[in-house]
Unconditional design. Structure first.
Length: 582
């Protein structure tokens, strides 16, 4: 049937509600039939924690996700969801939970970055399941002037006014690229969902107090925890509360499907914090270096209430992000954004990174990109050790890039590598200071990185992993191009496979602190020299080849004759490094 339908409409959008009870089995249907979206339902959640988990699972990328390259590995993904607060064939949420929960649960669902939906009767607070088989009554008609009239509804009915505001917001967030999601379980009943735009770094935060138990018969604490919202709150997008009003008790109408007449909602949109009826007070605090937060104290966040904030970065962080993005454009157009601030950055940043990197020799590239623990220890250093994990394999950029290559496609922001970056500036400083301590072009690369890191340190900590990665990816790919450009035409015009093989030449051939080779004849030209730090005498500093990493990389075993001579042709002659081969 689907094959035939697609012959008529190739762009068919197929939605399925499967009852397998198993996600792996769901995926077989999705892949075999080409299903676009699967129906998922918030009504299956047994408490607010589970409801929040469903939003996180189906609702978009995590906040602070890494910038993905245009070509990347195919990764397993969750089937796209059409996320419903309730479907037609499920028990009525008023019977299952309470009438107060309709509004906050609808808000939580709409904060997911995916298609969302509902069922007729939910917004009108119909207190029973509407049978699709045996129900013969009519739905109520729309009449803006009606007031508690049987068979007629308007924005005074149930949560209809709230639904309109919620849907407007959902549409706006989708259209403007707020595709990152963070779910915070504030307490047993309160869920805060953040939608974040990775281009502008604006956020919208919805704080929802669910009511899975009826507030009239169950205890809810009047003490609501304070909330800390990172950044600057620009406005309250909307605030709404489910309230009771005086009306006749519910009576099932014989002709129309009717909802609870004694429940409605208060709604206010686009107001300032000082005008909020839900917030008691709000203040600004500094939480750690460059971490500005707004502390919110609630007054009337009663069960069945929601409040939504529009948040932007504080001005200093906004400027730092703008400058970073301005400089990252040289590596990728992905970082173009609407408004870029005037650049008051260090003079070195005004020179394109490719110009600085082009001054590096292949021997210096060995220091910038590679160097294992034993090689670094000869220079008095070592590879960076990530707490609760392991030391990096290389002290240079390759050590970081190899770890990031595993973390980035999975957006594994919980990895100890990312924790270390969010916790402090140790790794950031290590990368730049290690190169600055060396002479010549290596130090220039270190200074460029340090100048970029000045701005990196001014942005919120949750954004540091993705921008640190973006800086290093840009620098790393540029450095690889510089290396290939200095090699033979066989490498320059070779396949990706040949180019990656040729990196072994940079990896294994470098200049250490101690000379590993006997001196060449003083009558030869083009022999590199340096001053010995201890004797202050002039000495030759030729490139030497490591017999293997890491065990044959330093000391007397570095230039193990048999291994180095077997490798000489491939590493130095085929790559065009004839002087170093000599």
């Amino acid at each position: 049937m689907l094959d035939t339908a697609r012959k008529l409409r190739a762009d068919l959008y197929v939605v399925a509600e499967l009852f397998t009870g198993n996600e792996e089995l769901d995926n077989i249907f999705v892949n075999r039939l080409g299903i676009t979206s699967l129906i998922r339902e918030a009504m299956t959640a047994y408490n607010s924690h589970e409801e929040g988990r469903l939003v996180y699972r189906f609702g978009g990328e995590p906040v602070g996700s890494f910038v993905q390259p245009r070509l990347r590995p195919l990764m397993p993904a969750i089937a796209h969801a059409l996320f419903m607060d309730i479907t037609h064939d499920n028990e009525c949420p008023i019977q299952h939970r309470s009438a107060y929960d309709a509004l906050p649960s609808a808000m939580i669902v709409s904060m997911a970055c995916c298609a969302t939906g509902s069922t007729k009767g939910y917004d009108e607070l119909v207190p029973h399941q509407i049978s699709v088989v045996s129900e013969e009554r009519f739905y109520a008609k729309w009449n803006p002037a009606a007031y508690l009239t049987t068979g007629e509804v308007n924005f005074q009915t149930g949560i209809l006014a709230g639904r309109l505001a919620i849907n407007r917001l959902h549409q706006e967030l989708g259209a403007k690229g707020f595709n990152q999601v963070y779910v915070d379980q504030v307490d047993e009943d309160i869920v805060a969902v953040t939608r974040h735009c990775p281009t502008t770094h604006q956020s919208v935060v919805a704080v929802c107090r669910t009511a899975f138990r009826d507030p009239k018969t169950c205890f809810y604490s009047k003490e609501v925890p304070e909330m800390c919202i990172p950044g600057k709150i620009d406005e309250v997008v909307l605030e709404a509360r489910t309230i009771e009003r005086s009306a006749s008790p519910y009576k099932k109408d014989l002709h129309f499907i009717n909802g609870l007449p004694n429940f409605t909602m208060e709604l206010r949109e686009h107001i300032q914090i000082k005008d909020s009826k839900i917030i008691k007070q709000a203040g600004t605090a500094i939480k750690g270096p460059n971490e500005f937060v707004q502390e919110i104290e609630f007054e009337r966040l009663t069960p069945g209430s929601v409040i939504v904030f529009r948040v932007s970065l504080d001005p200093k962080a906004q400027e730092a992000v703008g400058i970073l993005r301005n400089h990252l454009i040289q590596f990728s157009s992905h970082f173009k954004s609407g408004s870029l601030p005037d650049d008051h950055s260090a003079p070195i940043l005004k020179t394109p990174f490719a110009s600085i990197a082009s001054k590096l020799t292949l021997a210096e590239l060995n220091q910038v990109l590679y160097r294992c623990e034993a090689e670094e220890q000869e220079d008095g250093g070592g590879c960076y050790n990530i707490p609760n994990w392991s030391p990096l394999k290389y002290a240079g950029l390759q050590g970081l890039m190899s770890v990031m290559a595993d973390i980035r496609p999975k957006n594994d922001l919980g990895h100890p590598f990312c924790d270390n970056l969010r916790s402090g500036d140790w790794m950031i400083d290590y990368v730049s200071n290690r190169l600055i301590s060396r002479a010549g072009a290596c130090a220039e690369v270190g200074k460029w990185l340090k100048a970029m890191f000045v701005y990196l340190k001014r942005i919120p900590r949750y954004l540091i992993p993705c921008y640190f990665d973006a800086i290093l990816v840009g620098a790393y790919t540029t450095l690889l191009d510089v290396g290939w450009h200095q090699m033979s035409s066989f490498v320059q015009n070779g396949s990706t496979f040949v180019k990656h093989l040729s990196l072994g030449s940079i990896q294994l051939c470098g200049i250490g602190k101690y000379s590993c080779l006997p001196d060449l004849s003083p009558s030869l030209h083009d022999v590199p020299y340096r001053l010995n730090e201890i004797t202050n005498q002039k000495e030759q500093c030729c490139v030497s080849m490591a017999a293997g990493l890491p065990h044959f990389s330093s000391g007397i075993f570095r230039s193990w004759g048999r291994d180095t001579f077997i490798a000489l042709r491939g590493l130095l002659l085929v790559t065009g490094r004839y002087l170093e081969a000599r």
